[in-house]
Ligand binder design. Structure first.
Ligand SMILES: Cc1cc2nc3c(=O)[nH]c(=O)nc-3n(C[C@H](O)[C@H](O)[C@H](O)COP(=O)(O)OP(=O)(O)OC[C@H]3O[C@@H](n4cnc5c(N)ncnc54)[C@H](O)[C@@H]3O)c2cc1C
Length: 375
């Protein structure tokens, strides 16, 4: 499905995002980041029954001890993220490794934001002040004032999500696989997971935000929320093809050049995946692009997709302890593109019953208990 989160994200291989978003820092900044105040965070009243239980679990997961443990778990996965992408046979065409930029328009926010990044644990990524030639490249496309800029290395970008989808589907077919585009369901029969209508030795649930009802049928609890994000895209006739993604941190927006298009993305709207999109978010993106004078001209295409997020901002990757033939890999929140190949390698190890080379204990779904769940 092309409206799945994987086909509209910002394309950023975000190896620097070691700190789980379930943190005291996120809590402290939440009020400032709210949509009504011009920020990216929206907790719509109509979605309160969905996001309130999530928020309560988030509070527990943000405790300093759990935050530290979550960071250790994410650091181990993220250290392998870019190498795993580079092992793909088509990496030379689709995986760019020129890093990314983070910039600010406001002087005070630039000073504060830079201080945070320059002292943060960013795993295998590296960060420094952007060099004068980098700033010149940015100024060539952004006429608005730039108060500060950082250059990250050791991060990456997928050059085009549609080409990536085509390459992945081709890999499956080349290896004798078959692609059936159906909505599957799951039942538990004599301790084994089954997908009615299909014979399978193993069942892997990797259905993004829709994974919840599937694993719940096997007795798991998956307190997932849809963290909905929005993008607009325009034909990339004036955006340099070699300019890495730019995060406009004080505007909570990331701009990515793809093969033929340039995309601006933002927003964290917690709620149901199937609630209608909120057009005010696209309008704000369009306004931001115009206000900054970015070379992105209408007509814009508009897209909304749901990040699958668990309250501790760690994915669920593992073999079920409730159905021995059931594997799962979902809940990758803001890092699903980044972590896709390393997750696939870990799932392959589980499927082949070899020992995964990363400890999967922190990603065990049992951390949420069984049906009904615990904090
Ligand atoms: C605006 C935005 C920007 C983002 N930017 C980045 C980024 O720069 N870098 C990054 O790493 N991550 C980013 N993300 C997050 C990333 O996109 C997600 O974490 C990732 O796409 C989740 O992948 P997934 O395969 O788990 O879920 P999805 O991409 O949602 O895919 C789930 C698939 O399961 C299928 N499915 C669902 N139910 C069933 C069923 N019952 N039977 C069969 N199939 C089913 C769906 O059709 C879909 O194809 C961003 C997300 C958003 C919204």
């Amino acid at each position: 499905m092309r409206n799945a989160a994987s086909w509209g994200n910002a394309g950023h291989i975000a190896t620097e995002q070691v700190a789980p978003l379930a943190s005291m820092a996120s809590l402290r900044s939440a009020w400032r980041r709210r949509f009504a105040a011009g920020g990216a965070l929206d907790l719509p009243v109509h979605g309160v029954r969905t996001w309130l239980p999530f928020a309560l679990r988030f509070l527990a997961a943000a405790r300093p001890d759990r935050f530290r443990a979550g960071g250790d778990a994410l650091r181990a996965l993220l250290a392998e993220a870019l190498p795993a992408w580079q092992r793909a046979p088509w990496a030379g065409q689709l995986v760019k490794t020129e890093g990314h930029f983070v910039i600010w328009g406001d002087t005070a926010q630039a000073a504060a934001g830079k201080a945070v990044w320059l002292s943060a644990d960013i795993g295998t990524a590296r960060v420094d002040d952007a060099a004068p030639q980098d700033i010149a490249r940015i100024r060539a496309v952004i006429p608005a004032p730039i108060a500060g800029a950082l250059r990250f290395t050791g991060t990456g970008q997928i050059s085009d999500l549609d080409l990536l989808a085509a390459a992945l589907e081709n890999d499956i077919l080349q290896q004798g696989g078959q692609i059936l585009r159906e909505t599957g369901t799951l039942i538990l029969e004599q301790g084994q997971a089954r997908v009615p209508g299909h014979e399978a030795d193993l069942v892997l649930v990797t259905a993004g935000v829709h994974s919840k009802p599937l694993v719940e049928r096997a007795g798991h609890h998956a307190p997932i929320v849809a963290e909905r994000g929005y993008h607009i895209r325009a034909v990339a006739d004036h955006w340099p093809a070699d300019l890495p993604p730019i995060v406009f941190e004080d505007r909570s927006m990331i701009v990515t050049r793809y093969a033929d298009t340039v995309q601006a993305a933002s927003f964290v709207e917690l709620g149901r995946p199937d609630a209608p999109p909120d057009p005010r978010k696209w309008e704000r993106l369009e306004h931001r692009v115009t206000e900054l004078g970015l070379p992105m001209r209408p007509p814009f295409t508009r897209w909304m997709g749901a990040r699958p997020t668990l309250p501790d901002y760690l994915p669920a990757i593992g073999r079920s302890r409730r159905a021995a033939n059931l594997l799962y890999a979902f809940g990758h929140q803001h890092l699903g593109l980044t972590l896709a190949p390393i997750t696939a390698e870990l799932v392959a190890a589980l499927a082949n019953e070899t020992h995964p080379h990363i400890d999967l204990t922190p990603f065990d779904l049992e951390r949420f208990g069984g049906k009904g769940g615990r904090a």
